[in-house]
Design a protein around this ligand. Structure first.
Ligand SMILES: Cc1cc2nc3c(=O)[nH]c(=O)nc-3n(C[C@H](O)[C@H](O)[C@H](O)COP(=O)(O)O)c2cc1C
Length: 200
């Protein structure tokens, strides 16, 4: 059995013409090369969740064992750690990302998440990151310290259309992955040793 951690890299935007898949593939490739992770690139556009949360049993997939809700549940369950990659929308996170977070509960619990953000303004998506740092503890998910932010990302493309900031950020991304692996291993062991107590 592989001792690699299962890493879910989540593309948080679904907009037509979005940039999100580019930084998501960058961090996913770095994670593959890092060696400690088996990477699952999770695109919320493909996940195709229903638009509305179910009225009852919304945190159970029993009523929908083969549909998109269960399919994403299975992938989130399998992950030992996450990287969420997202642009900033109106000083916060895009609605499809919040919807996917809200759709699940135990899938997120006692797992670490790292944040890679970008934005049109100088903050590089830090407002989105700060909101995720507020949201995830409610799901008992731990946001790690190290993060990556690309401010005004659209100003950094070369004549071939390649983004020019990835090399500069690679050392920071390596530190992020080291920290994520440490927390991922610690929390995976903790989950195996004993179930997380119910918050209720
Ligand atoms: C609805 C909307 C709101 C936005 N609000 C912000 C914002 O508050 N701060 C910011 O830095 N960029 C903002 N932007 C710029 C986005 O961060 C930028 O367009 C980015 O490419 C969006 O990610 P995506 O291309 O993966 O969809 C906004 C973009 C959209 C579409």
């Amino acid at each position: 059995m592989s001792d690699k951690l299962n890493l879910g890299v989540i593309i948080g935007t679904t907009r037509e013409g979005r940039w999100g898949p580019v930084p998501a593939k960058w961090i996913a490739d770095l994670a593959e090369r890092h060696g400690g992770f088996e990477v699952d690139l999770i695109d919320l556009l493909d996940a195709d969740l229903p638009q509305h949360l179910a009225e009852r049993d919304m945190w159970s997939t029993e009523g929908d064992p083969t549909g998109p809700v269960a399919a994403l549940s299975e992938r989130l369950h399998r992950a030992d750690a996450f990287v969420v990659v997202t642009g900033e929308y109106n000083m916060s996170i895009p609605a499809p990302l919040k919807h996917a977070i809200d759709y699940y509960m135990n899938e997120w619990a006692a797992k670490p998440v790292a944040l890679v953000t970008y934005g049109g303004k100088t903050t590089g998506g830090q407002n989105a990151a700060q909101h995720l740092r507020q949201i995830f503890p409610e799901l008992r998910t731990f946001t790690i310290r190290n993060s990556i932010a690309f401010p005004r990302f659209y100003q950094h493309f070369d004549a071939n259309g390649d983004f020019t900031k990835f090399d500069e950020e690679e050392p920071g991304a390596t530190k992020l992955l080291e920290e994520l692996e440490w927390w991922g291993r610690a929390l995976t062991e903790a989950r195996r040793a004993a179930p997380l107590p119910s918050p209720y």
